[in-house]
Ligand binder design. Structure first.
Ligand code: IMP
Ligand code: MG
Length: 181
């Protein structure tokens, strides 16, 4: 049987090729900035798992990697800003040069919570790599040092991001029309 990956009809469409090119650029930039250091990447599950897998292979430096899982309450699609820790870090970050790897920064509430949580553990430095950012919906200011793509306000999915838990396996990023959300 022939499989098929279906794109949505929304305004944001980013091809697998465009993503791959941008991820290579971000990896090269991180490698330059962390030359001589050993960065510690923290992948924010679940959405950032595909981005992280590609990004680490674009950073030709010795690095370590850990995972944290957080969940924001809200409906299936949008977060409410109330954040719950689902899975904690396994490795210490004290004194480490931490790079948080996020799929998307929307209101910024999840990332703001996470940065507070991580900073309390006294890393040497902390930066953020985010594949996507929707500045139109920002409620709190958060730093993004390495950004893949700035996008307009549409619900996006694919390349690790879900649509009601499905479609994380799409190799591209696609979106819904506003009336479909
Ligand atoms: P924020 O707290 O509003 O910035 O939202 C952060 C989290 O909500 C992201 O890490 C995603 O997991 C999820 N999210 C926000 N917008 C989208 C979207 O358009 N598609 C998929 N997930 C999203
Ligand atoms: Mg996320």
């Amino acid at each position: 049987m022939k499989g098929m990956f279906a794109a949505g009809n929304g305004p944001v469409q980013i091809s697998a090729e465009a993503i791959a090119k941008r991820v290579q650029e971000l990896g090269a930039q991180i490698a330059r900035d962390y030359q001589g250091k050993t960065p510690h990447l923290v992948c924010v599950l679940n959405g950032a798992f595909v981005f992280t897998a590609d990004l680490v292979r674009a950073i030709p430096l010795p690095l370590t990697l850990d995972f944290i899982a957080i969940s924001s309450y809200g409906n299936a699609y949008r977060s409410s800003g109330e954040v719950e820790l689902i899975k904690d870090l396994r490795l210490p970050i004290h004194g480490r040069d931490v790079i948080v790897v996020e799929d998307i920064v929307d209101t910024g509430l999840t990332l703001a919570y996470l940065l507070d949580y991580l900073e309390a553990r006294k890393p040497a430095s902390i930066r953020v790599a985010a594949l996507l950012s929707k500045p139109a919906r920002r409620q709190v200011e958060v730093p993004i040092h390495y950004l893949g793509f700035e996008i307009e306000d549409a619900y996006v999915y694919g390349y690790g991001l879900d649509r009601a838990q499905f479609d994380r396996n799409l190799p591209f990023i696609t979106s819904l029309r506003p009336e479909e959300e």
